[in-house]
Ligand binder design. Structure first.
Ligand SMILES: [Ca+2]
Length: 285
């Protein structure tokens, strides 16, 4: 084989590998218009590198094994996990909760979201989801949920729930029944991003904590492509970390560009904005 032929064959192979690494268009099942093809383009787009800039440090229950965090209006909702220690709480973000419900000991609480006048709470492997009164948090009904429950958020513009299950998959669901309506595989520069955990729907994007790291990714749910990687490391001091401490909780503050961020067994929660990773100086640095 001549050098020219060898190089040409290598170029063809590289192109084939690039195509093979791209998410198939049919992964975005809810996107029949063909926008999923953008995933092929997005897969090779530069991923924006961001970090968190702390505006304020807030108290957080250091015993809360945080699995869900979301704001609706001025109320912060939080779900905690572990069998025998699971709960859901609600109240002002800077004060102790004004409502709190403890789950039966066998249930392991997971992601929550407030799509309207009720709150959905997932369980990890109990195969049910619980609908609750948004004010009292009292249980209204249970529905079957055969998948592992991890994170959840409500994408208002598409009127659908987005859920994670620890894999690289985001599942879209009917907000009234939790029935599956579609799914997309999350990729970063063409590679799947697994262990997607707590979620947040904000504007047209979905943010996901990546277990067990201090990283949050911003996802285009139309294609699954990661559009930004957010470094949230270094928020706690070393003496505040305990075994099991893990970043897991992101809640957009309505009407602002701010987010509340906390984690499992974290003694603090942080009000942050996202800035370029290259930006230095300013409050909170
Ligand atoms: Ca959230």
């Amino acid at each position: 084989m001549s050098e020219r032929v060898r190089r040409a064959a290598g170029a063809v192979l590289a192109a084939a590998l690039l195509l093979a690494s791209c998410p198939p268009a049919d992964r975005a099942h809810d996107d029949p218009a063909g926008r999923a093809m953008n995933g092929r383009q997005a897969a090779v787009h530069r991923v924006e590198q961001l970090r968190v800039k702390v505006l304020e440090s807030l108290p957080h229950d250091s015993k809360a094994f945080t699995e869900g965090l979301e704001m609706a209006g001025n109320t912060l909702y939080e779900s905690t996990g572990l069998s025998g220690a699971s709960s859901v709480r609600a109240g002002p973000p800077d004060k102790p909760p004004t409502a709190r419900v403890v789950l039966p000991a066998l249930l392991f609480g997971e992601g929550i979201t407030v799509p309207g006048r009720t709150l959905w709470q997932l369980t990890w492997r109990n195969r049910i989801a619980i609908e609750r009164d948004v004010t009292t948090l009292a249980e209204l009904r249970r529905v079957p949920y055969p998948d592992e429950g991890w994170g959840m958020c409500f994408q208002k513009s598409a009127h659908r729930l987005v859920t994670s299950d620890g894999s690289a998959r985001l599942t879209f669901r009917d907000p009234g029944t939790l029935a599956k309506t579609g799914e997309v595989t999350v990729t970063e520069e063409g590679r799947p991003v697994t262990e997607l955990n707590e979620l947040e729907c904000a504007d047209a994007a979905v943010y996901a904590n990546v277990l067990p790291t201090d990283r949050i990714v911003r996802i285009d749910p139309a294609t699954g492509a990661v559009t930004a990687s957010i470094d949230a490391s270094g928020l706690l001091r070393d003496d505040e970390l305990v075994p099991g401490s893990t970043l897991n909780g992101i809640a957009a503050v309505p009407g602002t560009d701010q987010f509340l961020i906390t984690g499992k067994l974290w003694p603090r929660m942080f009000n942050v904005v996202l800035v370029s990773a290259r930006q230095t100086g300013g409050r909170g640095d």
